[in-house]
Design a protein. Structure first.
Length: 175
């Protein structure tokens, strides 16, 4: 950075020396004024270069943060989709269990004691499975709410990073 500034200053100085008119052509401009003007220009160029480098570094850091945040949003979104599929599966299983539980009336009407016991055993197992599924559904719903909240927070953070990037882009535009 300093080497580039030094080279740029040397080039500017050489150009100015070559372009400097002879004292007879412009008697109002002194060497001291010319050097002050050149130094002011070099300082301004250095400030511009430093500002550009600083903004470039900020853009690079922000870009990395943006990619990491996009990855987090994608991960939470996938988890939320997965938990929602699991919920649909649990609900489907609950529907099948409910069908089995509804066969209690049939079990009472069966004349064959062995068939009745088998059906009653199936119904008992279905009821136990139904209770497990209710608990599982509650867990999945709770996890779904957590993930939905987390996704909203991650998306908000992503929007904030996009806004910060837009601000840096505006800072790069010529004034």
């Amino acid at each position: 950075m300093q080497a580039a500034t030094a080279v740029l200053a040397a080039v500017i100085l050489a150009a100015v020396i070559q372009a400097t008119p002879a004292p007879a052509q412009e008697p109002n401009v002194t060497d001291a004024q010319l050097i002050r003007a050149l130094l002011a220009e070099v300082r301004q160029l250095r400030q511009t270069l430093e500002r550009g480098a600083l903004i470039g570094a900020r853009v690079q850091i922000l870009g990395q943060r943006l990619r990491a945040q996009e990855d987090r949003v994608a991960r939470v979104s996938r988890e939320l989709d997965s938990i929602r599929r699991e919920l649909l599966d649990v609900q489907s299983q609950q529907a099948r269990v409910a069908e089995t539980e509804s066969m209690e009336a049939e079990a009472a009407q069966l004349a064959d004691p062995r068939a009745r016991r088998n059906l009653e055993s199936e119904i008992k197992q279905a009821k136990a499975q139904g209770e497990r599924l209710k608990a599982l559904e509650q867990q999945r719903r709770s996890r779904e709410a957590e993930l939905a909240s987390s996704l909203m927070a991650e998306e908000t953070r992503l929007r904030e990073l996009h806004d910060a990037l837009r601000q840096l882009e505006r800072a790069l535009l010529p004034e």
